[in-house]
Design a protein around this ligand. Structure first.
Ligand code: FAD
Length: 406
């Protein structure tokens, strides 16, 4: 069970406390999660059997994912970065970074649901008040509910302040109308955090005039699934048609949601980069093993520099990405500004994972393409990570702006 740990100094050494957390996560995955995956058998191991014809995950898999999250919450792992007063463990950003990376290094099994992701509690929800805390935040931290974050629309992705979803006042209620798309966990969520324009841009400015509403599953309609190759069944279009909401459904202050969300943008980039670094560790281990075992022309293929240098390049880049991630997490613990650091890390870690995933397929030859191995799935996931939480180009725009290059 993790406890509060103080921010580490400028040190890359791993505290005794982190080692204990790492060990208990490993034991938890081995004892609780791996058997669940074994029980699912083909339903999990064969991506084609994991989904209904429209892409939705089959009920057995949905149930298994929920079980993973609940067991993880009971053991104090799931939302360990959330404050203790709400049922989290209040661990530092450095510990959360290490935990995210470590879990991802187990590969993309059911273990990837051990720590809260886009469906879980986000710091944005810490703006919740009174009833909202009891109804939404605490059950989310206990993994009794799951949620989603609904910002992207058919006409507004990177340029999300251009959103067309609106909420207008009607007496003491709000009336919400619009369509979101690519919303992770929408097909299974109990509620969504929905961003809507409540005051026109001309009056409130580009980033002002946007409000976040807590909208429950029976109040919106799920449209078609947005099945990304390699992540089918997880994202969907969501429609709001004259949804009437009480004032209690406003999260934080009306008109300020975009500024609040921007405050937590860096955390999302840190989490995603940590997952990229962890998955790359897993892939490099597989590539190394295969390079030692597979023989061609009378020797292990790792004896050919074309192979060993490919792996070495990946190892060096992932080492640098990890150092950047640890520095980012440490600076977050010091409450320093990390806008540029977060973009540098997210961009570099996901680019690095993409290269390593591609190289891992190459090192494995035809076996890298086989459905029996997860490497093509990893390559697809690596591609996705360069789009979500801000595309490559948006990260480079931020770095250029922060550096003063434009
Ligand atoms: C698997 C997955 C999960 C997702 N989950 C969620 C979710 O839970 N909630 C949510 O709200 N959204 C979610 N999204 C949406 C995601 O945030 C957007 O796809 C992303 O922000 C990019 O928007 P877009 O796809 O509309 O691309 P666009 O913004 O249309 O961009 C298209 C291309 O133009 C480039 N471009 C755009 N503007 C600039 C610029 N100023 N300078 C240089 N290049 C630019 C982009 O980098 C990109 O290459 C998810 C998407 C995927 C694929």
């Amino acid at each position: 069970m993790p406890t509060q740990d103080p921010p580490s100094g400028v040190s890359f050494s791993e505290s005794e406390e982190w080692r204990l957390i790492e060990k208990s996560i490993d034991e938890f995955i081995e004892q609780e999660i791996d058997p669940l995956e074994d029980d699912l058998g083909e339903l999990w191991s064969n991506p084609r059997r994991r989904h209904e014809t429209d892409g939705r995950l089959v009920p057995e898999v949905v149930e298994a994912i929920q079980t993973v999250r609940k067991k993880s919450a009971e053991n104090g792992f799931y939302a360990m970065n959330m404050p203790e007063e709400h049922g989290g463990e209040g661990v530092s950003h450095v510990t959360w970074y290490r935990a995210k990376k470590h879990v991802a290094s187990h590969g993309t099994g059911l273990s990837e649901f051990v720590l809260a992701g886009p469906e879980g509690p986000k710091p944005l929800l810490l703006a919740a008040e009174d009833e909202q805390v009891e109804t939404y935040l605490k059950p989310l931290i206990r993994a009794e509910l799951s949620a989603g974050f609904a910002q992207t629309e058919p006409g507004a992705g990177s340029d999300s302040p251009a959103m067309q979803t609106t909420a207008e006042r009607d007496g003491d209620r709000w009336v919400l109308n619009g369509t979101k798309q690519w919303i992770t966990n929408a097909p299974y969520a109990d509620f969504l955090q929905v961003f809507a324009r409540t005051t026109p841009q001309e009056e409130a400015g580009r980033y002002g005039g946007i409000t976040c509403f807590l909208v429950e599953a029976d109040e919106y309609e799920i449209g078609s699934l947005n099945n990304a190759v390699g992540l089918e069944g997880m994202q969907a279009e969501v429609r709001f048609d004259d949804v009437r909401l009480d004032e209690e459904r406003v999260l934080g202050q009306a008109d300020t949601a975009f500024y609040n969300a921007m405050d937590f943008l860096s955390l999302g980039r840190m989490e995603l980069g940590a997952e990229a670094v962890g998955l790359a560790v897993n892939l490099l281990d597989h590539a190394k093993q295969y390079a030692n075992d597979r023989e061609a022309f009378g020797r292990p293929i790792g004896k050919f520099q074309g192979i060993s240098h490919t792996i070495a390049r990946g190892r060096a880049k992932n080492y640098a990405a990890d150092a950047a991630g640890q520095k980012l997490a440490w600076k977050m613990d010091q409450n320093e500004s990390v806008v540029e650091d977060a973009s540098i890390f997210k961009w570099f870690a996901t680019q690095t994972l993409w290269e390593i995933a591609d190289d891992t397929v190459q090192v494995h030859g035809a076996n890298g393409l086989s459905e029996d191995n997860p490497f093509m799935e990893h390559l697809q996931l690596a591609r996705i990570l360069r789009i979500v939480e801000g595309t490559d180009e948006i990260q480079l725009n931020t770095i250029a702006k922060q550096f003063g290059a434009r």
